[in-house]
Design a protein around this ligand. Structure first.
Ligand SMILES: [Fe+2]
Length: 389
């Protein structure tokens, strides 16, 4: 009998923001901002999104609703603590009353950080950990232009501590935005590599939430549906970037994965990826893609039934057993990386055995380890990195 199939009677909570999902929904942002009482918003975005014209769509919609937008776009990938503080200064100096953000996960995380600092009046690094945010953020609306991070609906904000060169995780219900507008149209302008990295990030969210020791029946449903949607549609959406149907399905997969991980939390893949990404400034999704097969191998025997279920969704026959899944699932994940164009190893991205110890020490402190089904030691984390070289 499958012991992981017992109905979970433990106490669980589930929280997400209001969500608008659909083609061209970005044009509704002015209407919804007005409903939230906005008169002068800080518009947080990135230079690339401005160049593509997606930020203009938001500005025009806001202006039509009689709302003034103050632009803040000084954001790099893997958002730094000082960028958050600079954005909060602009928010306060201009007496803004709310935040609208359009961009990828880095932009949205930075916007959330600005919101935290604007109402709590402390340095952003002081909010590291679980439930450290006291005052609610100002009203905040998120429009993601990638499909993977789910910062737009999650209880997480990830900020780079620029001095310590490590990403910190801020986890709190206070970090959930008021509204997420999920429009698949801007996804069409993502490069193939960004599509791959963000898509595999979503897959990692679903994997880690599914085997998390804080998972529930609600998050399990979301995790499994996310895995199906991402596995079936990620490669087609890379091959046909303007096919709105596959873009929509990957975005829906990311949304499901986001609901799952925001409420069940994550595991060692993300703990290690936060440490790696902070130290080497590598793309978050790429770090996850390179680590997931090895964390699955490390975790497998603590959640064998759940991993076997995933392996069947990813191509093993319905008759496959635990032993077959144990030996095949890491290989299936490595093959998926190759298929979507993530072809380098961690070693080829600049990590070596000496660096593995440093990355593992920093990763050990990450709160994502708490919900990993197997409790890791620093040495375990170091060995996972060495396996992935
Ligand atoms: Fe992630």
């Amino acid at each position: 009998m499958n012991p992981e199939a017992h109905f979970n009677l433990e106490l669980r909570k589930f929280a997400i923001p209001e969500v608008i999902f659909g083609v061209d929904s970005r044009f509704l942002v002015g209407n919804y901002a007005r409903k939230l009482g906005a008169k002068k918003v800080l518009l947080v975005t990135g230079p690339h999104i401005q160049k593509l014209g997606w930020a203009d769509d938001v500005i025009n919609s806001l202006n039509e609703a009689g709302i003034t937008a103050i632009l803040f776009s000084q954001i790099l990938p893997n958002p730094r603590d000082f960028q958050v503080m600079a954005g909060a200064k602009v928010y306060l100096e201009n007496s803004c009353d709310s935040i609208i953000t359009i961009g990828g996960g880095s932009v949205i995380d930075c916007a959330k950080g600005i919101g935290i600092v604007a109402t709590n009046h402390q340095g952003i690094l002081e909010f590291e950990g679980v439930d450290k945010v006291i005052a609610p953020m100002p009203p905040i609306i998120c429009l993601p232009t990638t499909a993977g991070t789910s910062a737009d609906i999650s209880q997480f904000a990830i900020i780079n501590n620029s001095q310590a060169k490590v990403k910190i995780a801020i986890i709190s219900k206070a970090v959930i935005p008021d509204l997420a507008i999920l429009d698949p149209v801007p996804l069409q302008s993502m490069s193939a590599y960004l599509t791959a990295c963000t898509g595999i990030d979503a897959l990692c969210h679903a994997f880690e939430a599914y085997v998390s020791n804080a998972s529930s029946h609600i998050t399990d449903l979301n995790s499994l549906e996310a895995i199906k949607l991402v596995v079936q549609n990620l490669k087609p959406s890379i091959e046909n970037p303007y096919d709105i149907e596959t873009r929509t399905k990957v975005m829906m997969g990311s949304f499901y994965a986001g609901m799952a991980f925001s409420n069940a939390s994550l595991g060692c893949v993300h703990a290690l990826a936060h440490s790696l990404g902070g130290y080497l400034d590598l793309p978050h999704g790429e770090c996850n893609a390179l680590l997931l097969p090895y964390v699955v191998a490390y975790n497998f025997d603590t959640a064998p039934y759940k991993y076997t279920e995933i392996a069947k969704i990813m191509g093993l026959p319905a008759s496959a057993g635990i032993d077959e899944a144990r030996s095949h699932l890491p290989k299936i994940l490595l093959e998926l990386n190759q298929k979507v164009g993530i072809t380098k190893t961690l070693g080829e991205r600049g990590v070596d055995k000496a660096l593995a110890a440093t990355i593992a020490e920093k990763a050990f402190l990450d709160p994502c380890n708490v919900t990993n089904p197997r409790v890791p030691t620093i040495k375990d984390l170091e060995n996972i990195i060495i396996e992935a070289l």
